[in-house]
Design a protein around this ligand. Structure first.
Ligand code: SF4
Ligand code: F3S
Length: 108
């Protein structure tokens, strides 16, 4: 499957959800995750993300590896809900889009 990784945190642009044919994105307070059971590896969401947060799990870097389990876990969290329509990004997305090491800021 494809996975959402760190750049999404505190940005949440949601352009990705508009193109997913399987509706496999779920939403939390400041991050989106992909349900690995729904993803058909079509890859169309990859180019939609303005911060390049979506990658193929099979090609994840060592830094991105933890996001494989994280996406799977959040997709099953009852507090995380499916999201099918784009919405405005988080208000301070500009301040966060270039920031690295945001993992500890992810709210779930
Ligand atoms: Fe949806 Fe395709 Fe992206 Fe998987 S790769 S999350 S099916 S758009
Ligand atoms: Fe996140 Fe990029 Fe989608 S920032 S919400 S993965 S468009």
């Amino acid at each position: 499957p494809f996975i959402v990784t760190e750049p999404c945190i505190r940005c949440k642009y949601t352009d990705c959800v508009a193109v997913c044919p399987m509706d496999c994105f779920v939403e939390g307070p400041n991050f989106l995750a992909i349900d690995p059971d729904g993803c058909i590896d079509c890859s169309v969401c990859v180019g939609e993300c303005p911060v390049g947060a979506i990658v193929n799990a099979a090609e994840a870097t060592p830094e991105q590896q933890p996001y494989i389990e994280l996406n799977a876990r959040l997709a099953k969290d009852p507090r995380w809900k499916p999201i099918r329509r784009p919405q405005p990004p988080l208000p301070d997305h500009i301040d966060w889009r270039e920031v690295r090491d945001k993992r500890h800021l992810l709210e779930s």
